[in-house]
Ligand binder design. Structure first.
Ligand SMILES: Nc1ncnc2c1ncn2[C@@H]1O[C@H](COP(=O)(O)OP(=O)(O)OP(=O)(O)O)[C@@H](O)[C@H]1O
Length: 205
């Protein structure tokens, strides 16, 4: 299994933002997307994860193979940390939540209602969810927002372990994750060009 994106163009609010993107992600590989604010990284990730249709081109992998994590952590506030993880483990049909608890140092917080966690703790819980999805392709949008230095390192280690078991990761981030083995793609050159006006008069008709 691999993620192959072919000649993909994506739009936001009906306006093309990126066009002509192609890349391939093989098992054990990570690809980091870079580019300035507003260039279209979120839009690209949402399209790859199947949350919105492409303008054109193809994503050659079923969305069931992907786990998407973005700004909204998807945490149930009234459930404890452990209950949240167990809930997702049930949804995704996986079992043990221990690697998720251990991987993001959540043991001390396991019986705390998730709604009472700090922003960084919530983010750690949101990322720990990736481990209970059992899905091979992680599609991550700014995963380290609110994380302190130790938690960023925890996240980097979790990604590394995922890659070591044949997983894949596609990550948009502005910070250095310490994943030197990852490939990096600047999406800037793929910025969509404004549509050509063939007949100037038509604009006014
Ligand atoms: N709901 C929306 N409707 C229309 N346009 C939007 C909407 N949300 C974002 N945009 C625009 O779409 C473009 C791409 O936004 P996107 O969020 O994909 O960029 P990004 O590269 O992820 O930015 P950042 O680094 O700031 O997170 C931007 O110009 C943005 O202003």
């Amino acid at each position: 299994m691999e993620l192959e994106v072919r000649n993909l163009s994506v739009s936001r609010g009906g306006v093309p933002v990126l066009e002509g993107l192609s890349f391939r992600l093989a098992p054990g590989r990570a690809l980091i997307l870079r580019g300035p604010n507003g260039i279209g990284k979120t839009t690209l990730l949402r399209t790859v994860a199947g949350l919105q249709p492409p303008l054109s081109g193809e994503v050659g992998l079923d969305r069931e193979a992907m786990a998407y994590a973005a700004h909204a952590d998807g945490i149930k506030a009234t459930l404890t940390v452990a209950e949240n993880l167990s809930f997702w483990a049930q949804v995704f049909g996986t079992g043990d939540i221990t690697p998720a608890i251990d991987g993001f140092a959540l043991d001390e917080l396991r019986n705390r209602p998730a709604g009472g966690l700090s922003a960084g703790q919530k983010r750690r819980l949101g990322l720990a969810r990736l481990l209970v999805t059992g899905r091979p392709v992680w599609v991550l949008d700014e995963p380290t927002v609110s994380l302190d230095v130790d938690a960023v390192a925890m996240f980097g280690a979790a990604v590394r372990r995922h890659l070591a078991t044949g997983g894949m990761a596609l990550i948009a981030t502005h910070i250095d994750l310490g994943l030197d083995e990852a490939e990096v793609m600047d999406v800037g050159p793929f910025k969509a060009k404004p549509p050509k006006v063939e007949d100037f008069d038509e604009v006014f008709l």
